[in-house]
Design a protein around this ligand. Structure first.
Ligand SMILES: NC(=O)c1ccc[n+]([C@@H]2O[C@H](COP(=O)([O-])OP(=O)(O)OC[C@H]3O[C@@H](n4cnc5c(N)ncnc54)[C@H](OP(=O)(O)O)[C@@H]3O)[C@@H](O)[C@H]2O)c1
Length: 305
């Protein structure tokens, strides 16, 4: 598996990460096969959150991988915190408690990466800074980042937090590409010119923050997979044509499209299917041409000005 540096650190991570949000749909032996397959593919970066499955996903993962110190050394664990029932919570006490909960469920004494899951309207960045420093000093968390955050929110955090913020996990797929299309609809009166994210793509590139695209195969907000979906005939025809050329699956091409972007992103896959996981990892070996990349973008209904 090809690796990249996470943000501006020297920490090497596989370019395709394995999301564990859906692992609670598997039984023990299926979950064991999934994590084993991922490891065989070199996909040893696992993305979690304290809320996935109400905590069950972290537990199922630890049991499936038969967590012990030797296993722990071979994998990279990222988890997220800050979402609670009915609210977001970046208070120091919540962050510290959430990490302790994740460590217990994951049967480990440290996380490689902790992300703040979704911006808290009542954030007090001084509290986040205290929590991060305590987590770093105690050895419970090595690296830090955010998720679903805009540039100004990251800047606000950076004013107080000492640790570099290495990653920003954001929704991105061929059909949810406003962070990309907004960039070439400048000073226009059309809908794509509306800036929904504060130019987060350019901001992350400028500040060496790795974008981790989540839901790389979904359209809308968890409305379903666009591949093989009759709502997207042109897109699927184009992806299938490119897939045929490379002799790979449509899944591989859809992920290769994200990986072709020069921002050096680290997509988080969500499949629990072993063949599709292999197809996702194969995307790391494919570099689409500029023509193919633009043709796929436009076939999804995105237009050039
Ligand atoms: N930071 C955030 O706010 C946030 C939000 C959501 C998710 N995430 C993270 O991102 C990860 C991925 O999210 P996701 O699960 O929504 O992503 P996804 O990879 O876009 O979707 C995976 C789902 O699509 C299905 N699928 C059907 N056909 C597929 C195909 N050809 N290729 C790939 N998948 C296909 C999968 O089913 P099969 O299992 O049958 O393949 C699975 O149910 C999560 O596990 C989580 O770690 C983060």
């Amino acid at each position: 598996m090809r690796t990249i540096s996470l943000g501006r650190s020297n920490f090497q991570v596989p370019v395709v990460a394995v999301g564990c949000m859906r692992i609670n749909s598997l039984n023990q032996s299926q979950a064991e096969k999934l994590v084993q397959t991922a490891l065989e593919l070199g996909a040893n970066f696992f993305d979690h959150a304290d809320i996935y499955g109400g905590g069950a996903c972290e537990e199922i993962f630890a049991s499936a991988i038969h967590m012990n110190p030797a296993v722990r050394e071979k994998i990279i664990l990222q988890s997220k915190c800050g979402i609670r029932q009915g609210m977001f919570d970046f208070s120091k006490v919540h962050i510290l408690n959430a990490v302790d909960g994740s460590l217990k469920r994951l049967q480990t004494d440290y996380l490689d990466v902790l992300l703040l899951h979704r911006p808290d309207a009542l954030i007090e960045p001084e509290e986040v800074a205290e929590a991060f420093t305590q987590l770093e000093t105690s050895g419970k968390v090595k690296y830090f980042g955010v998720s679903n955050q805009k540039p100004m929110q990251i800047d606000l955090l950076k004013k107080y937090v000492k640790q570099p913020l290495l990653a920003n996990q954001l929704q991105l797929s061929i059909t949810n590409a406003t962070m990309i299309t907004n960039g070439f609809n400048v000073n226009m009166e059309n809908a794509p010119s509306i800036d929904h994210d504060g130019s987060i793509l350019d901001y992350c590139r400028l500040h060496d923050i790795t974008i981790q695209p989540w839901s790389p195969f979904q359209h809308g907000f968890f409305e379903g997979v666009f591949l093989g979906n009759s709502k997207f005939p042109k897109l699927n025809a184009k992806i299938d044509e490119v897939a045929l050329k490379y002799g790979v699956s449509n899944t591989t091409i859809a992920l290769a499209w994200i990986l072709r972007h020069p921002a050096k992103m680290q997509p988080i896959t969500g499949t629990m299917n072993l063949e599709r996981l292999k197809d996702c990892c194969q995307a790391a070996q494919i570099t689409l041409t500029r023509d193919e990349w633009y043709e796929i973008l436009l076939s999804a209904g995105n237009a050039l000005p």
